[in-house]
Design a protein around this ligand. Structure first.
Ligand SMILES: *[C@@H]1O[C@H](CO)[C@@H](O)[C@H](O)[C@H]1NC(C)=O
Ligand SMILES: *[C@@H]1O[C@H](CO)[C@@H](O)[C@H](O)[C@H]1NC(C)=O
Ligand SMILES: *[C@@H]1O[C@H](CO)[C@@H](O)[C@H](O)[C@H]1NC(C)=O
Length: 283
């Protein structure tokens, strides 16, 4: 189940990044003003309440950003998503997702009543075909627009009317969630990078696993391939990184720059992110 080793390689490569950023349906002026994030499910009711999937409730908090070493109450990430929404969906039983339209991890089917198992393999134990599939899916995720989520690029979170939400690809969404958890926040008119919710603390492994499960699920939904599982990297006994080759994560050229034959050689950081990082700084 240890999948975060892989993320590591990828994080280093492309400057990357777990509940998601902003559900698109919750970024309308109405939803922001009402502080309500209870999207209509396909039965036409908020959180699929008419179908018994969930209920729109007050004060639900996801623990994702709540475990910080410093508790700063002006931080919009703390007690996520309370800063933005009073009402969110509480999903019942095996249902899950921002609109309760999905299943909890480990379940599938329209009613989420089927057990679902995916086989998570060590990356070097993937067959050639499976490995090609993995890198193709990542490439597709890098270029496919996220249908359900958008990212908030506004640095100043205290002026609701000025929020700017932008589209991002599925991979960039994952990347952004990571950035968001460690990003500098505006405090007394300056960007302050003191709080890092993903690194330098006990939340590290759990946080990254959740992040990878998010990406795994998004890839399953994007491809319709429900059997897809993120591979992991078992580094026990490794003296050097044996997956740092172009067959796997990447090789470097003599200058230490990503090899042009890497799977990721043509990946670019989105222009939006570059703009934001230039403004806010990179912790
Ligand atoms: C916001 O509140 C108004 C007034 O109560 C209501 O008409 C509208 O449907 C609400 N919108 C959302 C997205 O919750
Ligand atoms: C969740 O799925 C399991 C496994 O199929 C099933 O036994 C259980 O009844 C489901 N739970 C609910 C609340 O639907
Ligand atoms: C950043 O915020 C922390 C925590 O509130 C504070 O201790 C520190 O002085 C701030 N740094 C700057 C440069 O303002």
């Amino acid at each position: 189940m240890i999948a975060f080793g892989i993320a590591f390689g990828i994080v280093l490569l492309c400057c990357t990044l777990a509940q998601a950023q902003f559900p698109r349906a919750c970024t309308t002026t109405d939803a922001l003003r009402n502080k309500s994030c209870c999207p209509l499910w396909k039965d036409g009711s908020p959180c699929g309440s008419s179908s018994g999937r969930g209920e729109c409730r007050d004060g639900i908090v996801f623990v994702l950003f709540s475990i910080g070493k410093v508790r700063q109450y002006d931080d919009d990430r703390l007690n996520w998503p309370k800063f933005y929404y009073d009402k969110t969906c509480e999903c019942f039983g095996n249902y899950s997702g921002h609109d309760c339209g999905d299943c909890k991890y480990g379940y599938s089917g329209d009613k989420c009543d089927r057990k679902k198992t995916v086989v998570r393999k060590e990356i070097r134990e993937l067959s050639l075909l499976e490995r090609k599939r993995f890198f193709s899916y990542l490439a597709l995720a890098k270029t496919t627009k996220s249908h359900d989520f958008v990212v908030l690029t506004t640095g100043d979170r205290h002026h609701r009317d000025a929020y700017r939400f932008v589209d991002a690809s599925i991979y960039d969404m994952f990347s952004w969630i990571h950035y968001y958890s460690i990003k500098p926040i505006l405090r007394n008119g300056r960007f302050n990078a003191t709080t890092n919710y993903a690194h330098q603390g006990p939340a590290f492994p759990g946080w990254h696993r959740l992040g990878l499960l998010f990406l795994e699920r998004q890839i399953q939904l994007m491809t319709g391939d429900d059997s897809f599982a993120m591979p992991y990297y078992d580094w026990r006994g490794e003296e050097k990184c044996s997956i740092c080759t172009n067959d796997f994560l990447r090789d470097n050229d003599v200058q230490g720059i990503l090899s042009q034959y890497s799977h990721f050689a043509s990946w670019k950081v989105s222009g939006e992110m570059v703009t934001v990082w230039a403004k806010e700084g990179w912790p």
